[in-house]
Write a protein that binds this ligand. Structure first.
Ligand SMILES: Cc1cc2nc3c(=O)[nH]c(=O)nc-3n(C[C@H](O)[C@H](O)[C@H](O)COP(=O)(O)OP(=O)(O)OC[C@H]3O[C@@H](n4cnc5c(N)ncnc54)[C@H](O)[C@@H]3O)c2cc1C
Length: 281
């Protein structure tokens, strides 16, 4: 991608004004790591958000409020009760890309290998977009389409609210790659709520093995109201993708993708159940 102009505004409102003036030629720059994957021959007017004050993690009563420009490296090193995104960040490609890539950049343009959309659907995050006025979208609406389609000219993803994991809840995250820095073949995130050894709520999400991150409602229904035992959880993961068409790349057959999903969903359910019942993750 080529730029014909570069701007580094010192505030969000200045960034939005620049983007409105630039029109279709404008492009937000966060970590710029997606640029090798994005097409387009026309030179763009780049609006870099690094000085716009959108980085940082603030816990409030119910959720962590994460600025869109927070890097994946910062998510990895942050620690607080009910915080689990360090576990997702640790599996994110390489230290160089964790240093550069931002949470917002990972969530505006979703690729099949994107990690955080899978995790944040499981965690029921919500998304604040600064436009003419600020608006908030819940997870299901935000990811109902390629999220970039929600953004009009001048809109900027401002922050993400990620609910704090409560007592009795556990998170599981599994990602299968051939080598650490490879693109994911299968990404799974699970949040389970368990009371008296019974699952009372479940969110099970698969990415990479399907074209876009997708909730597996048949697995959620199969575990809710049942004991959180290994036998029960693994049997719920027996036919993980159901009738959905697996994404087959790099010579993988549909059966192979199903088998990856069976293992990763089973392991993520087990990880979440153990944490929900008090075992250290
Ligand atoms: C070799 C390589 C391997 C990778 N592997 C993985 C992987 O395994 N898993 C994974 O999850 N990611 C991976 N990534 C990163 C991923 O593909 C994206 O490149 C990255 O998440 C984008 O983040 P960024 O901060 O660099 O955003 P940018 O590239 O700067 O922006 C991405 C898009 O979002 C828009 N945008 C960014 N921020 C905002 C905002 N606040 N408001 C409005 N629009 C915005 C930009 O205009 C652009 O269209 C990899 C990248 C590389 C280069």
């Amino acid at each position: 991608m080529k730029y014909k102009e570069y701007h580094a505004p010192a505030s969000l409102s200045e960034a939005q004004n620049l983007l409105r003036c630039a029109g279709e030629a404008g492009i937000v720059i966060a970590g710029a790591t997606s640029h090798p994957f994005l097409g387009g021959k026309d030179p763009r007017i780049a609006v870099d958000l690094h000085r716009a004050g959108l980085a940082g993690i603030c816990p409030d009563q119910q959720a962590f409020v994460i600025g869109a420009m927070t890097t994946v490296a910062a998510l990895e090193t942050f620690r607080a009760r009910g915080w689990v995104l360090d576990r997702v960040a640790r599996r994110f490609v390489s230290q160089q890309i964790r240093n550069q890539s931002t949470l917002g950049g990972n969530l505006v343009r979703v690729f099949p290998w994107s990690d955080f959309p899978v995790a944040l659907i499981a965690l029921e995050a919500s998304f604040v977009i600064a436009g003419e006025s600020a608006r908030s979208l819940n997870t299901d609406d935000y990811f109902a389409t390629q999220p970039a389609k929600h953004f009009a000219i001048g809109d900027v993803l401002k922050c993400i609210h990620v609910p704090i994991l409560r007592e009795g809840q556990g998170f599981g995250y599994q990602k299968i790659t051939r080598v650490q820095a490879d693109f994911s073949q299968m990404t799974v995130a699970v949040r389970l709520t368990v009371a008296k050894h019974q699952v009372t709520d479940a969110r099970v999400v698969v990415g990479a093995g399907l074209p876009m991150p997708t909730r597996l409602s048949h697995i959620e229904e199969a575990v809710i109201g049942k004991p959180a035992t290994e036998r029960q959880l693994r049997s719920a993961a027996e036919n993980p993708l159901g009738e959905k068409r697996p994404r087959t790349v790099a010579g993988m057959s549909p059966e192979y993708v199903q088998q990856l999903a069976r293992v990763a969903v089973g392991d993520a359910l087990m990880e979440a159940a153990a944490e929900a019942q008090g075992a250290a993750s």
